[in-house]
Design a protein around this ligand. Structure first.
Ligand SMILES: Nc1ncnc2c1ncn2[C@@H]1O[C@H](COP(=O)(O)OP(=O)(O)OP(=O)(O)O)[C@@H](O)[C@H]1O
Ligand SMILES: [Mg+2]
Length: 314
């Protein structure tokens, strides 16, 4: 199965939520891999605690090089073995593989695929990406592709590759991440259903738009829960304002087709993640540093991603 992680805005929590979702899925026993398709800023290594891949890797075997065919094999980092986080190091009994395919340091956003050569070069990227996806599909039960923010080449690649006949029988699902604010709700709705949005582009590249939409859900990140310990300092007036804002946002989300029926899950605001992009481990929860509700939300997302019921036709 392939999961494509998209968002309209940057800084939505797409990468941190996706990494934690995948980590939880590996702990649940699945062989998983994370592909850093944030070509302009390939920093997924930092979240997994892989120092040599903090800004992409330096030996020229990252996603950029592989997709442009300057290497035959992309780098595959075994997170269990290489992470500098002691609480993550060593694969627990029963856990699956957890592999990161990083980008190249300074790789850039394929800005050079311009001019007349555009269609040729794009087709070469699509072919190479298709080849990669088919190989990874045989090796992993779940591959998550971080597509970076907005309408970009990574999104186009994902849509074109998954429309190929060879990918038709492989499940592809889309997650659209957004914060719980007015701007983010409207933007997320627009990324999906607006002009040159995912739905329109999917149809253009050969997908059945209804089927595509059945495989798309939203994920809300960093949600303030006024009942938690973290928010204890809120005044009564702030509490009322939060409550009213929440009601307004629910209405707005419904109006923009970002409402509950298309929601896969929500992740609470976690103080630890506000200060550092990282995996949340059970030991941090046990130590009382990370919020158990955050860990539970990641676990639930990891479960729902493969649960047929969460994806039944709307
Ligand atoms: N549940 C959460 N609670 C608090 N902070 C969070 C939460 N999720 C993510 N963050 C923080 O929000 C910031 C943005 O998250 P992240 O980098 O995952 O977003 P992104 O959408 O991938 O951004 P970009 O577009 O820059 O790649 C990070 O500092 C991250 O640690
Ligand atoms: Mg990111």
């Amino acid at each position: 199965m392939f999961i494509f992680a998209a968002s309209d805005k940057g800084g939505t929590g797409r990468s941190v939520t996706s990494s934690n979702l995948l980590y939880r899925s590996a702990l649940q026993g699945n062989d998983v891999c994370y592909l850093d398709f944030d070509f302009g800023s390939p920093t997924a290594g930092a979240i997994f605690g892989i120092e040599r891949a903090e800004n992409g890797i330096t030996d020229g075997t990252g996603m950029h090089s592989y997709l442009q065919r300057t290497v035959y094999q992309p780098a595959k980092i075994d997170v269990w073995a290489e992470t500098d986080r002691p609480a993550v190091r060593h694969r627990p009994a029963g856990a699956g593989r957890l592999i990161l395919l990083p980008g190249d340091v300074g790789g850039g956003d394929f800005v050079d695929v311009g001019g007349d050569a555009v269609s040729v070069k794009r087709q070469a990227l699509v072919d190479q990406c298709l080849d990669l996806f088919l190989k990874l599909n045989a090796e992993f039960s779940l591959c998550l592709i971080d597509l970076s923010a907005g309408r970009n080449l990574a999104v186009e690649l994902a849509l074109r590759v998954t429309a190929a006949p060879a990918m038709r029988n492989i499940t592809s699902r889309w997650l659209v991440f957004h914060r719980w604010t007015r701007q983010h709700v409207v933007a997320a709705g627009n990324l999906v259903a607006g002009p040159r949005g995912l739905r329109e582009s999917a149809e253009k590249f050969g997908h059945d738009p209804e089927e595509f939409m059945d495989n798309l859900r939203f994920v809300r990140t960093a949600i303030i829960d006024p009942t938690t310990e973290t928010q204890r300092g809120l005044s009564a007036k702030q509490g009322i304002w939060l409550h009213d804002s929440n009601e307004r946002l629910n209405k707005l989300a419904g109006d923009h087709h970002v409402g509950r029926s298309r929601l896969l899950g929500s992740v609470p605001l976690d103080p630890m993640l506000q200060w550092q992009e990282q995996l949340i481990t059970d030991s941090e929860v046990a130590d009382g540093i990370a919020n158990p509700k955050t860990r539970d939300a990641f676990n639930e997302l990891a479960g729902r991603i493969v649960e047929q019921k969460a994806w039944e036709t709307l």
